[in-house]
Design a protein around this ligand. Structure first.
Ligand code: PRP
Length: 212
């Protein structure tokens, strides 16, 4: 990888299904992003002309790269920022990656009914779930799962799940329903504090273009 000079702006982006939407969103704002959708396994994608360098990361790692300054900017779902605190600036909502953080379960499940034990909640988002049920005054036992969390109520691992719902298709195909909304989620552009000061002339136009 060529050395990063003072004009190189490094942008951390999440690998996966959001990349296509993100590439379109950036290009609509006049920011070169063709490199993001190239059919390649390269984790660093350069746009030589503009001096932009994209890092393709697991979504949960994006704020870590931005917090430590390995990237100046990053694109991340609000869910990741709600689950853990990072010392980053969150300047622009990109209005992509729209989905909802929901409590879901079997249709007969009741969140408010009497029960002899705490409600068992399976989730990849234990802090979000814990905060939500504390504010609702519902005692819970949290069970951490990495993914395919819809299986938890079907197998008796948990009573309900807290998870992202986009189209609702995963819930439908597995016989689950939404029970309660926790938050609307979308992708935001985050920035490293020092990077913004040091490379303001290169970074500010990107923020301005995305804010319009
Ligand atoms: C996410 C989420 C749901 C699904 C929701 O999972 O956890 O399972 O997408 O999308 P839908 O409402 O459009 O069906 P993802 O595909 O990211 O995989 P995961 O289960 O490994 O988290």
């Amino acid at each position: 990888m060529p050395r990063r000079n003072k004009d190189t702006v490094v942008i951390a982006v999440p690998k996966g299904r959001i990349l296509e939407q993100l590439s379109e969103r950036l290009q609509r704002a006049g920011i070169p992003a063709e490199a993001l959708t190239a059919n390649s396994r390269k984790l660093v994608r350069e746009d030589e002309k503009s001096g932009l360098r994209y890092l393709l990361l697991k979504p949960d790692d994006v704020p870590t790269y931005v917090e430590y300054g390995a990237a100046d900017l990053g694109v991340v779902g609000r869910d990741v920022l709600m689950e853990r605190n990072y010392d980053v600036l969150a300047p622009v909502d990109l209005d992509i990656g729209r989905c909802r953080m929901m409590v879901c379960g079997l249709p007969e499940e009741s969140l408010t009914g009497e029960r002899e034990r705490p409600l068992r909640v399976a989730t990849k988002f234990p802090h979000i779930a814990e905060r939500h049920f504390r504010s609702r005054g519902i005692p819970v036992e949290l069970i951490f799962c990495q993914g395919s969390v819809e299986l938890a109520p079907l197998t008796g691992l948990a009573d309900v799940i807290v998870d992202l719902v986009e189209t609702g298709e995963t819930l439908r195909q597995n016989g689950l329903v939404t029970l309660e909304k926790i938050a609307d989620i979308s992708s935001v552009l985050i920035a490293n504090r020092a990077g913004l000061k040091l490379r303001r002339s290169a970074i500010q136009p990107i923020l301005d273009a995305l804010r319009d």
